[in-house]
Write a protein that binds this ligand. Sequence first.
Ligand code: DP6
Length: 362
Amino acid sequence: MFTTADFIPNPYTSTIENGNFEWSAPSNIALVKYWGKKDNQIPANPSVSFTLNNCKTITKLAFSKKGNNENFSFDLLFEGKPKEDFKPKIQKFLERVEVYLPFLKEYHFTIDTQNTFPHSSGIASSASGMAALAINFMSLEKLLNPEMTDEYFYQKASFLARLGSGSACRSVKGKVVVWGNQANIQESSDLFGVEFPYTIHENFKNYQDTILLVDKGEKQVSSTVGHDLMHNHPYAERRFAQAHENLDQLIKIFESGNLEEFIKVVESEALTLHAMMMTSMPYFILMKPNTLQIINAIWKFRQETQIPVCFTLDAGANVHVLYPENVSNKVLQFIQEELVVFCQNGQYICDKIGEGALLVDN
Ligand code: DP6
């Protein structure tokens, strides 16, 4: 079993003065949700997600050796322009990962980042953003330790991304990613995401995710606060146990391709996530009236057509519409005719399962 000590490097064998990398990393959509955590970004329950393909963060990391090694030194650009309000989050990330990347104070960094999805669309950019940054740092560490294996490279990238934002550890590598110890999933770990290691039925190939942008406003309650409210939550223990049960169900469902069962688990997980919010103290609601309109319209359409389309939700009002590739024409027509009216400015994003982070420029 891995421990955090496995990610503290031995003294480096190489040196490098300056250079740059550019990586893209995708967002992901959880099927079994991470909600609640222990110290040091250890999840209270395991989760599993589909990696997305189109919703990505692209981050360029330029580095140059500097004179003194006392402080972190970095500039942060968003779409080419300085972005001061993102800096504290990055500063905190650097502090958290310094013990695992002991070279960080030796360089000045320029971090230049952009998203392929609209800014403040309510799509969390923390998963893709932290994954893209973590993997760039791993590219630099690999220059300092050229013997590093690919396996370690991706594992540690996920480990570091987790310390930036939990769900980010599922945005590094693989189409279907599990994060958190689960007895029936070999190699699964609380410390990093692993590619789902068992059979996945053809039904899930190129599975589609159309993201309906219901509300692009700032969330009233951040994920961090929401996770915290799972401490002393009256239903927490049962919920954590249920996540394990649902993940076990999904192992069978991925193998059999049983979409009816898939829908039950996925929709129940989404509603349970929001039920946890509604039953915490203080309680809160992140769904909007149009979120419910969309859910009801999906249920009616599914009932009438028997087309296996379902929804899931993140910690917000937007709805992810999930469906197999072979019904995409019909579902897209349904979305355009019946669901777009519930989207803010009629906006939605078509996405599907993707592979993970990609090196854009070396
Ligand atoms: C509802 O990963 O954003 O999207 O670890 O505090 O950064 P932090 O939380 P974050 O939580 C996301 C929770 C979720 C469900 C999920 O993606 O599993």
